[in-house]
Design a protein around this ligand. Sequence first.
Ligand code: THU
Length: 156
Amino acid sequence: MTRKSIKIEYDEYNSIELLEASDKELLLQAMNAADKAYSPYSGFKVGAAVRLGNGNIVIGNNQENIAYPSGLCAERVALFSAMANNPDTAVDAIAVIGKNSNNQWCAALPCGACRQTICEYENLSKKKIRIILYSGDNKVSIFEGINALLPFSFEF
Ligand code: THU
């Protein structure tokens, strides 16, 4: 038996103000998206903004439903809309932020299904997607590619 380990690297910024202009813009768009979320059941808002290779930004937010599983996360609303409208354009980056029921900005780390969806579009375009996640206290974590968040992803 061999004990193995993996290392995950990411960049943490201590303030939104320290981000590169294009990343800050994407995160601000995610914040705008979060404010328009439809989440009456959880009271938790999530905003996502996707930047495409052609520079276009597509936003999404969580959409809930009285039949709970029928809703969808902000990340997949944004990614599916982006890919439905721009099937031949790679996704360059995605920014995600949450807003809790006290109206405070907070982290919303992508769920497993959203990670798998990001993985799918990386595989499609053969380009890593920059993942910009608000992590609370005005901090932001940036991951270069889904492998950091979804190691050992499904393949066949
Ligand atoms: N949610 C997202 O939109 N994205 C995430 O990354 C995690 C969770 C939504 C789903 C649901 O509407 C609410 O947050 C609470 O789970």
